[in-house]
Write a protein that binds this ligand. Structure first.
Ligand code: PLP
Length: 248
């Protein structure tokens, strides 16, 4: 944290404005091509590795939702942004360890990356103790069913990692609100194949959880395909803020 409010130089602000204009145009074009209303898709600006000043500048340009993937980085950044008088919706989108839940529930409005019953229980306990309103949760699903990587497993009966049990755990908890699903296209898969598969999983999921309509899918490289297949939230980092210095 710093004592001075988070700000950016005018040239950075101009760079962010033009990046944002490009992304907004891509989203609008994808919605038009898919016959969807533009208001159905929310841009989540993924600000990981970028400073609080960028978040404040993006908020000034009309960005309402931001995403972060590491608590160590997000917690101080959220405090710095709040100190500047700006309150975007913070989405936690990274792999979450249970011992970080107590920190994350203090600043996050949405956790998009719940993928086990044990994590749902830890997050529920933390949210019950650490906030005065429910925490929105998306269940992260594995598109390729590889249990070694992140995501609940749509076709597995696994009591901890199966999509069914994880969704039931969130829906049945006191301090979490089940909002929908999140996914990342697996490496090496064509976006078409990945998001078509995700759309099938989401359709089945909504039979059981009709109010949980959010579908967070699509990043800088594949947001058009995700929108074609029903994404309601796209998580865009590098195409908006620039290439990150390190791979995360
Ligand atoms: C970093 C990240 C993004 C954004 O990726 P870009 O390719 O930079 O747009 C989206 N989702 C998750 C889960 C991420 O970790």
């Amino acid at each position: 944290m710093t004592d001075t409010p988070a700000t950016v130089r005018p040239d950075r602000r101009a760079e962010l404005a033009s990046g944002l204009a490009r992304i907004r145009a891509r989203i609008a074009d994808a919605c038009a091509a898919a016959g969807r209303d533009r208001s159905e898709v929310t841009l989540v600006a993924v600000t990981k590795t970028y400073p609080a000043g960028d978040v404040v500048a993006l908020a000034g340009l009309g960005v309402t939702d931001v995403g972060e993937n590491r608590d160590q980085e997000a917690a101080p950044k959220a405090a710095e942004v709040a100190a500047a008088g700006v309150t975007p919706r913070w989405h936690f989108i990274g792999q979450l360890q249970r011992n970080k839940c107590r920190s994350v529930v203090r600043y996050a409005d949405v956790v998009q990356s719940v993928d086990s019953v044990r994590l749902a229980a830890a997050l529920d306990a933390a949210a019950a103790a650490g906030r005065d309103r429910p925490l929105d949760v998306l269940v992260q699903v594995s598109i390729d069913g590889d249990a070694a990587r992140g995501g609940a497993l749509p076709d597995a009966a696994d009591p901890d990692r199966g999509l069914g049990p994880v969704a039931e755990a969130v829906a049945g908890s006191g301090a979490l609100r089940l909002g929908g699903l999140m996914a990342v296209a697996p490496l090496g898969w064509e976006p078409e194949r990945a998001f078509a598969r995700l759309a099938e999983v989401a359709q089945r999921f909504r039979v059981r959880h009709p109010e949980a309509t959010a579908l967070s899918a699509g990043m800088s490289g594949d947001l058009e395909t995700a929108i074609e297949y029903g994404a309601t939230h796209v998580r865009v980092g590098s195409a908006l803020l620039g290439m990150r210095p390190t791979l995360r």
